[in-house]
Write a protein that binds this ligand. Structure first.
Ligand code: 1CP
Length: 347
């Protein structure tokens, strides 16, 4: 084994002696120590933009569960913030943004201004890197352009994405320009995280499933491919994980065309299909249903073992199929971590 970082090795497709794991949203409201810091901070944006607090929140779950990966504590809405869009969080409601208007002007992308606005995020990455053990991989991330565009156009969370689709379907060429802006900003944002010490990165296309098949190619696959190409040139050897959540059969084209090193599977992806169709091309990550972690005990353990038995013969990182939910008892996360850590592949 050349490296002690099992997660990094697995993402590169190397054989490892045990399945590495981390959990999407492993920092957050299910942890009492998070809720306490969150209450002391002056809002969620402040938590993300204060390197002291963001470093501490990133490290909180590792102290309890010692995952193989630490994911930078931040949010996908940092990119709009870097572009000068006003972003805030309303208690109990979630993120709000000053909404873009199809007839208005797009924000401009000025690299120096963008980097200056997001400098605290990169400072956080550097501080985390300095404090991680030699076995832990630091994961940076960004939202994929389509998912970030939905928040910018809807002005927050959405179910139907009506404003976004109406813009994209009526004037696809104008919508391309917003996606291109977000491709440039995302390349810059992820590059800066890597320069500061991120060792692997994940692109969250959380709302990929809202796109019809042809639009999925144009606004999920193509932009991801452009980001992957640029990152490869600037930072060879840094694994890139794609997460086209709920993309169904679209996962196959996503893997074939984007050039990602790994894909994160949502819980609906059949394990046998993922193994036979995707795993010879990329490393897989996933895909326990986050509600299983709320249930805990035998149902959770037998499901986790089924996932491990299906996918651990090839390059694999154990994770959830989406983020940890606030109702999750921390003891269940401990139980799951021990289950994955103890699992051995039978060869
Ligand atoms: O009230 C609070 O304390 C804020 C809750 C919270 C947290 C803990 C938000 C608001 N963001 C985060 C952190 C966060 N967001 C991380 C941290 C690292 C980790 O431990 O994993 C990450 C990776 C994200 C990414 C993110 N933000 C995504 C992509 C992943 C996903 O879950 O699909 C999305 C869609 C967002 C937007 C967002 N930010 C916050 C909320 C509540 C939401 C989702 C709202 C919605 O459903 O539309």
């Amino acid at each position: 084994m050349g490296t002690k970082k099992l997660l990094l090795a697995a993402l590169r497709g190397e054989r490892v002696e045990r399945v590495p794991f981390w959990f999407m949203r492993q920092a957050g409201r299910y942890l009492p120590e998070y809720r306490q810091l969150r209450a002391e901070a002056n809002g969620f944006m402040e938590l993300c933009l204060n390197p002291n607090l963001a470093t501490e929140v990133t490290l909180q779950p590792l102290r309890r569960f010692n995952m193989d990966g630490a994911i930078l504590f931040s949010d996908i809405l940092m990119v709009p913030h870097g572009l000068g869009v006003r972003v805030w969080f309303e208690e109990g409601e979630g993120p709000k943004l000053e909404a873009l208007d199809p007839s208005g002007r797009l924000p401009g992308f000025d690299r120096a201004t963008f980097s200056a606005r997001l400098a605290p995020v990169y400072e956080t990455v550097a501080r985390i890197a300095a404090r991680l053990s030699a076995e832990t991989t630091l994961i940076g991330f960004a939202g994929a352009p389509w998912t970030v565009a939905t928040y910018m156009i809807e002005g927050g969370s959405s179910r139907e994405f009506a404003r976004t689709k109406s813009w994209a379907f009526q004037d696809p060429v104008a919508f391309d320009r917003l996606i291109e802006l977000l491709v440039d900003a995302t390349i810059e944002h992820v590059s800066a995280q890597i320069a500061a010490g991120a060792e692997a990165v994940q692109l969250f296309d959380s709302w990929a499933s809202a796109l019809p098949a042809r639009a999925f190619e144009r606004w999920s696959i193509k932009p991801t491919q452009a980001i992957v190409q640029a990152l490869r040139t600037r930072h060879a050897g840094v694994p890139i994980i794609g997460f086209p959540r709920l993309a169904g059969a679209g996962y196959e084209a996503f893997v074939a065309q984007t050039g990602v090193d790994a894909v994160s599977l949502d819980p609906t992806v059949p394990l046998a299909w993922a193994r036979s169709t995707l795993q010879s091309k990329v490393a897989l990550q996933g895909n326990l249903d986050p509600q299983m972690l709320v249930v805990g005990g035998d149902p959770m353990i037998s499901e986790a073992v089924a996932i491990l038995e299906s996918l651990a013969h090839g390059p694999f990182v154990f994770n959830l199929g989406h983020g940890v939910v606030p109702e999750t008892p921390p003891e269940h996360v401990a139980q799951l971590s021990e289950t994955v850590r103890a699992f051995r592949v039978s060869r």
